[in-house]
Design a protein around this ligand. Sequence first.
Ligand code: HPA
Length: 281
Amino acid sequence: MTHVPDIQAAVEAAAAALRARIGDRLDGAVPDVAITMGSGLGGLGEEIEDPVRVPYEDLPGWPRPTVIGHAGHALIGALGGRPVLGLSGRVHLYEGGPPDRVVFYVRVAAALGIPVLFLSNAAGAIRDGWHPGELMLIADHLNLTGTSPLFGPVVGTENRFPDLTFAHDPRLRAIVRETASDLGQTLHEGVYAAMHGPAFETPAEIRMLRALGADAVGMSTVPEVIAARALGIRCVAVSCLTNYAAGVLDEPLNHEEVLETTKLARADFQRLVAESVRRFP
Ligand code: HPA
């Protein structure tokens, strides 16, 4: 059981290091929102004004992502007129190690007192009539990763049995929906199925996910939402649909296509996040 105090101690050490950098940029103000930039969506970082850039390697204990398209630094600055902490690059379950690694940054955000987490990801489109290059607001999720970031002893102040009824915050979702409508953007809303990966799904698995009520599929976000809810952070998440899920078309999938397609949605995505954050309570 020795790893439990270690996790919390590591979280607090990283939070202290980040707090010092936040002090430089925001005069000690706590960011209103932490924003996780998904695969190919790190361009949002360029919208953050006068950012202080903190490479993850400068933050003690911070797990470093290994995937192409995930840079690996925190950005402290303003977006939509609000103080934010941008996170470019995240660790996925499929990179190995305990699920703790994936949610380390969420625990740091909680230690800093950040009240809202805005997540994004690249996802495969399952729902008929939805296409690559479009955005989907996550209304709810299916945790099919076979694990939970909360397995094991309770860490810090997290709730042992967090309620996930409103995991994807209804009020924040309403703001994002309304923002998309005001910006004239198409924004789908649906259920995100989280898989462990790293292999893409088989066509049979996609048929299963469709039958289970999934509209999109990916390999991230859900562990972080679960940890955030256990720590009282409100969450909202947007998927960039980057490909038709396996078997929807009679052709193979690949990661390069995923990254390439994010370019189609990038401008809409960036405006949507910045304008939504401006309107958050
Ligand atoms: N499946 C799983 N993860 C993904 C996909 C997909 O089709 N597209 C982008 N991330």
